[in-house]
Design a binder for this molecule. Structure first.
Ligand SMILES: Cc1cc2nc3c(=O)[nH]c(=O)nc-3n(C[C@H](O)[C@H](O)[C@H](O)COP(=O)(O)OP(=O)(O)OC[C@H]3O[C@@H](n4cnc5c(N)ncnc54)[C@H](O)[C@@H]3O)c2cc1C
Length: 381
């Protein structure tokens, strides 16, 4: 349940291990806002590196900082290949920032101001591309629409940038390349005689959507079933074991399985819901640890860390979801629905990936135990 990073990772790992898996995925997830940096992960563990590489997702690792959309720098480590990581918050002397006429989701002047504060000299230029005229006329100058054109016309963009380039050592471009062809950012870097840095735009995130598409493609290629746009609405449970779930689109046809993984995200993705009195988990009504008094849920200082962001469903040490104080035997909770309840698994993408792998390992281990027990019985007979 849930086709974000955690659900996709679990689904792919299960398919790879020979399990039949279906993912019910309601809609937009945090990958649509992905910066391209995997929080709380350093160099990728071998298993993750192999999974990403098989899916066609290119990552690299270096301890350093990355350039943010408003010209500031932020610590980063494991990142998608098109995100540059620098040892210090400065990377050149003279910078050409290239934007597209009519595109307002890339903040070139803020970016220039931030870089100038770091002692870099910036020049901003706008390309007026006739290929974007339709998008402009229809008011669709958003990152994904532009990215769809860019995969076709990136060579022309490169030619225009080469003409614009004077004595700059760095060219900055909005991250609207490589939506359908992961090799495009690398080819742009090779074709421009200066360092090329891609910088995040307003969501939706093009590298995030590309990551989501590649993960889904890999899952389906391995034989997984992806039920897009559907929603798990309730589970049928008896004595601590869930037998099936009902979904919105399948109506009275229930999805039966040996195991269920709840990867429906936190409050942001409606994996958790709230009203003035309680925070709840809508599919299984799982236990959530939060103070009774609503005034304790938040910090009145808006920009402070907010307690409610850390609330998540309760699990036992093997990530079995807990309901009315009892662990459900075949339901696992993974990803951001855990909130900060499992700090040892990290946060952000690190939490999504580590918890997904941990639940998959537990499912495979219990399947193996069941098989051994079955074989033992047969031997005895
Ligand atoms: C805006 C934002 C930006 C972020 N950026 C980063 C970043 O750059 N780097 C980083 O490391 N971390 C980032 N994070 C943290 C992020 O939570 C994790 O990295 C990770 O992507 C979470 O994945 P998830 O699968 O647990 O949840 P989600 O990505 O939230 O996915 C849950 C999915 O489940 C679906 N769903 C919900 N209810 C149901 C239901 N009943 N049935 C079926 N489907 C359902 C939702 O529609 C959604 O598609 C960001 C988080 C947010 C909110």
């Amino acid at each position: 349940m849930g086709g974000g990073l955690a659900g996709m990772m679990a689904g792919i790992a299960l398919q790879q291990a020979g399990q039949n898996t279906a993912i019910v995925s309601q809609g937009q997830n945090a990958l649509h806002f992905f910066s391209g940096t995997f929080e709380s992960l350093q160099a990728p563990p071998v298993r993750l590196a192999e999974l990403l590489s098989a899916a066609g997702i290119r990552v690299h690792y270096r301890e350093g900082v990355r350039l943010m959309p408003l010209g500031t720098f932020k610590e980063a480590a494991l990142s998608l290949d098109d995100i540059d990581l620098f040892p210090v918050p400065r990377f050149g002397k003279r910078v050409l920032i290239v934007n597209f006429l009519g595109y307002h989701d890339f903040f070139s002047s803020f970016l220039a101001e931030g870089l100038e504060n770091q002692g870099m000299e910036c020049r901003i230029r706008f390309l007026n591309l006739q290929e974007l005229d339709n998008a402009k006329a229809n008011g669709e100058m958003r990152s994904v629409q532009i990215a769809r054109s860019m995969d076709r016309i990136w060579e022309k963009v490169v030619q225009e940038i080469r003409l614009l380039l004077k004595d700059e050592d760095t060219v900055i471009l909005p991250q609207v390349f490589g939506l359908s062809d992961v090799t495009v950012p690398g080819r742009i870097r090779q074709a421009i005689p200066a360092r090329v840095v891609f910088v995040g735009t307003m969501p939706p995130s093009v590298p995030g959507i590309r990551t989501q598409i590649l993960l889904r493609r890999r899952f389906q290629l391995l034989g997984g079933t992806f039920l897009m746009g559907d929603e798990a609405v309730r589970a049928h449970e008896y004595e601590g074991v869930v037998h099936s779930i009902a979904t919105h689109n399948l109506d009275a046809h229930y999805l039966e399985a040996d195991n269920f993984i709840l990867a429906t995200g936190g409050l942001f993705s409606k994996g958790l819901r709230s009203n003035p009195f309680q925070i709840s988990e809508p599919v299984l009504d799982l236990d959530i640890d939060h103070p009774e008094d609503r005034n304790d849920w938040y910090n009145p200082t808006f920009s402070a860390e907010q307690p409610y962001m850390g609330y998540g469903v309760k699990t036992d040490e093997k990530l079995h979801a807990v309901k009315k104080g009892e662990a459900l035997k075949n339901v696992y909770a993974v990803g951001s629905i855990l909130g900060n309840t499992r700090p040892e698994l990290g946060s952000g993408a690190g939490l999504a990936i580590r918890s997904a792998f941990a639940a998959v390992d537990e499912i495979l281990r219990s399947a193996q135990n069941d098989k051994s027990a079955q074989n033992g019985k047969e031997d005895y007979v």
